[in-house]
Write a protein that binds this ligand. Structure first.
Ligand code: FES
Length: 98
């Protein structure tokens, strides 16, 4: 008996009124995942400092490598720096338009 292959968790990206769903590559940030999907999300420093890449998670969670731009309240509300956020296991929806 062979085990069923486990599909990668989907990432859904809401940007400029459009919804895109993509299977993320392990270790990619949400910003890299959005770019891989052919989108043009906002970003500047890509170092976790400026906050240009901010978006809000409406489903799932992600872990930021660096956060020098968001305060604790924003993080609690679900905002992430997409240039630093690696999706946690499970489906995730990230909204740049919120
Ligand atoms: S691009 Fe500057 S914090 Fe993400």
């Amino acid at each position: 008996m062979t085990a069923e292959p486990v599909p990668a968790d989907e990432v859904t990206i809401l940007l400029d009124g459009a919804r895109t769903t993509i299977l993320p590559v392990a270790g990619d940030t949400l910003l890299e995942t959005a770019r891989r999907a052919g989108l043009t999300p906002p970003f500047a420093c890509e170092a976790g400092n400026c906050g240009t890449c901010i978006a809000k998670l409406s489903e799932g969670s992600a872990t930021m490598k660096v956060n020098d731009a968001l305060d604790d309240d924003e993080v609690e509300e679900g905002y992430v720096l997409t240039c630093q956020a690696i999706p946690d296991p499970g489906p995730l929806t990230v909204n740049y338009d919120d």
